[in-house]
Design a protein around this ligand. Structure first.
Ligand code: ADP
Ligand code: MG
Length: 387
């Protein structure tokens, strides 16, 4: 979809901002460009919509060398989101969002209907926020409007330059989550610039790690973290690599342990007997449909005596995550609730529990899988270099 062929940029003052960029972004893929300040990320991005022209090499979008494409036409196919959003202060949020469709000649009604749809998509109720002005929004909300506006004309490509850089860490994570959810629906081809390796890892299908003016490694997040290509990448990725990997490894059904399960309708006496027989100090409580109801302790059941049911005694279970959540989220929930494990749900259906030991196993599994993946990647790279 986007292809860089030996692209370089030397500014008139002699600064070489980037050199020898040679990589490809597949359609529907989200690639993050990460590296320290001044390494050439913004330059790379601005060459794609021709705000900057390369001095060597060429860039193809959809197979077409963009040097021959009228920049205005090109930019209609490429949404652009920057950190200082650049909303028009005297226009409402709805009109700001409708800017591009209006510019390219959509009828006012259609442009505004589209804008409302996009505000909804980025989590802003159009009835509430549409009529407001940018200075009546928080930083995070403004950033959402920036994303909605970039998507308004439905461009297949999206360029995002530090889009979440200006907001605090909590809002930032929220925006990242929302963006990932949205990307799962709209499937744009995205280039996203960040100087934060965590953000790069969290968002990217693939990551380009920049050294000074060059890409040092272009690979999946798991491979970059697990097997950095150069000492520079290893240093940039940091010493707490294992922890960072937590945020890219997801909880799978195979990682789970199966504790003793009791049912809400079951008598306390019977449930106490079953827990005792299994040597368990507690059990997970499910309702008749198999949905999670909570948990219950063996001692409480034993003390309850005759007549009571498990449902009467069960506690709410707050320590849970959805299957597919990251290990980091699961670990966070564990710490937050001071729990020795977290329940894993598929919708409301209980799948099992994740314990610290299983969490570590899952982490190791991910490291091993990537080590193998990278060996294959190197073979492929060699054969390309031979051509
Ligand atoms: P990043 O986005 O990674 O921080 P940039 O692409 O903005 O990096 O800049 C890369 C290098 O090019 C830096 O050394 C920067 O100072 C230089 N640079 C950027 N824009 C210009 C310009 N217009 N003229 C000269 N040098 C520039
Ligand atoms: Mg920059």
């Amino acid at each position: 979809m986007i292809r860089f062929e030996q692209v370089g940029k030397r500014y008139p003052d002699g600064t070489t901002a980037v050199d020898g960029l040679d990589f490809e972004v597949a359609e529907g893929e989200l690639v993050t460009l990460v590296g320290p300040s001044g390494c050439g990320k913004t330059t790379t991005m601005m060459m794609v919509n021709r705000l900057i022209e390369p001095t060597t090499g060429r860039i193809l979008v959809d197979g077409e060398d963009i040097a021959g494409v009228d920049p205005v036409r090109l930019r209609r196919r490429i949404g652009y989101v920057i950190q200082q959003v650049g909303l028009f202060p005297h226009r409402t949020v709805l009109d700001n969002t409708a800017t591009v469709p209006a510019l390219i000649g959509w009828k006012r009604g259609r442009a505004r209907a589209r804008a409302a749809e996009l505000l909804e998509l980025v989590g802003l109720d159009p009835a509430t926020y549409g009529p407001r002005y940018p200075d009546q929004l928080s930083g995070g909300q403004r950033q959402r409007v920036g994303v909605a506006r970039a998507l308004a004309a439905d461009p297949p490509v999206l360029l995002m330059d530090e889009p979440f850089g200006a907001v605090d860490p909590v809002v930032r994570e929220q925006l990242q989550d929302e963006f990932l959810r949205m990307q799962a629906t709209v499937r744009k081809t995205v280039l996203l610039v960040t100087h934060d390796i965590e953000e790069a890892v969290r968002l990217g299908d693939r990551i380009a790690v920049y050294g000074k003016g060059r890409i040092e490694q272009y690979d999946t997040p798991g491979a970059v973290l697990g097997t950095p290509a150069t000492p520079y990448v290893a240093g940039f990725v940091g010493a707490d690599r294992g922890l960072k990997r937590l945020s890219v490894t997801v909880v799978e059904a195979d990682d789970l342990e199966q504790p003793v399960v009791v049912r809400t309708a079951e008598s306390a006496e019977r449930a106490a007997g079953r827990l005792r027989a299994a040597g368990a100090r507690w059990g997970v409580v499910l309702d008749a449909g198999g949905d999670l109801h909570g948990w219950v302790g063996a001692d409480e059941l034993a003390l309850a005596g005759r007549g009571g049911t498990v449902g009467d005694l069960a506690h709410r279970m707050n320590a849970w995550v959805a299957v597919g959540a990251s290990l980091k989220q699961a670990f966070g929930v564990m710490l937050q609730h001071d729990a020795g494990w977290v329940a894993v749900l598929d919708g409301a259906r209980f799948l099992g529990v994740l314990t610290p030991a299983k969490l570590h196993e899952a982490l190791r599994r991910s490291v091993d899988a990537d080590a193998q993946g990278v060996t294959r990647g190197e073979v492929a790279f060699d054969s390309v270099a031979d051509v």
